[in-house]
Design a protein around this ligand. Sequence first.
Ligand SMILES: [Cu+2]
Length: 364
Amino acid sequence: MRHHPHTNRRTVLKAAGVGGALLTAGCMGASAPTDGETAADTAQTTDEGLPEAKEVDTDRVAAEPTDIPEPIDRSEPREHDITLTVEEVTAEIEPGVTFDYMTYGGQVPGPMIRVRQGDTVNLTFENPDGNALPHNVDYHAVYGPGGGAEATTTAPGETAEMRFTATYPGAYIYHCAVPNMDVHISAGMFGSILVEPKDGLPEVDHEIYLGQHDVYTKGDTGEEGHHAIDIDSMMKENPTYVLMNGEKYAMTADNHGHALEAETGETARVYFVNGGPNLTSSFHAIGNVWSKLYPKGSFSTEPQTDIETTPVAPGTTTAAMMEFPVPETIKLVDHALTRVARKGCLATVNVGGAENPEIFTDDP
Ligand SMILES: [Cu+2]
């Protein structure tokens, strides 16, 4: 899958008009912004003597949907040494709105782990010094206490290790499971582990990795400034944002130029993880259909075919295929559409190529 180039995950922002919270990037629990302080107050003076809005580094948390391990092409099991690192980081939900994320590997969803049924994983779990909170990881692909949560519970500065064998195939979620787990997941602590069946998966031209989750903040949707987590709205399951890959409209042409791209005649398989913590997604591709759907991420049952919308419950990864017979912009959405129109849940795929008027034309 090609996409528009971007420089790197770290995005430099002009912080004019945004409170000092941006200055705490990477430092969970750092001091709150001073009331009334703006970037202009702390602006540097240039050589020309003109004040310039201060440039602030803010981490971009949106996972690159194509930055995933290659499909597996081997017939024997192997071992994997995998390190998963917790990064608490302040980043933008949308331009001008910052939030204290908790992440695996600095991205939402966390890095996709890909193994073959029967493979063994030697996992190193790092909770670096500088983080504020204890964390762990529960893999739904693991037989064992808490899916590994007990073995990996660590305070900042601690590292834990565990080993597991992926005995059953499927697409699974992993997530933080400390006692405050809803807060940690809502702050971004979830990802996917893909356990390929022994015979592998059908070949496709593109693979796309997306994660939805719901975010509850004290601010209103779109209200400029720093947003703290709001337990009240979490209790009511009434999120401020519902996001695809951790940011409002992160995977669209209008936001960081991250629309996905494909050509007519190609195929794609989407891995879609719903972290929740609370909302079930009604996952739909506008202008397309899930030509093959692996219900609830199961690779050991026959796929369903030609499904318009599939429920994806919190704590589930699903896998689904798309074909691209005509050029169009496909919108991948939660079909509870207020979450798309107002709360941020959208990714787009730009399909280029020749028109196919037998299938669709706007000039009959
Ligand atoms: Cu956590």
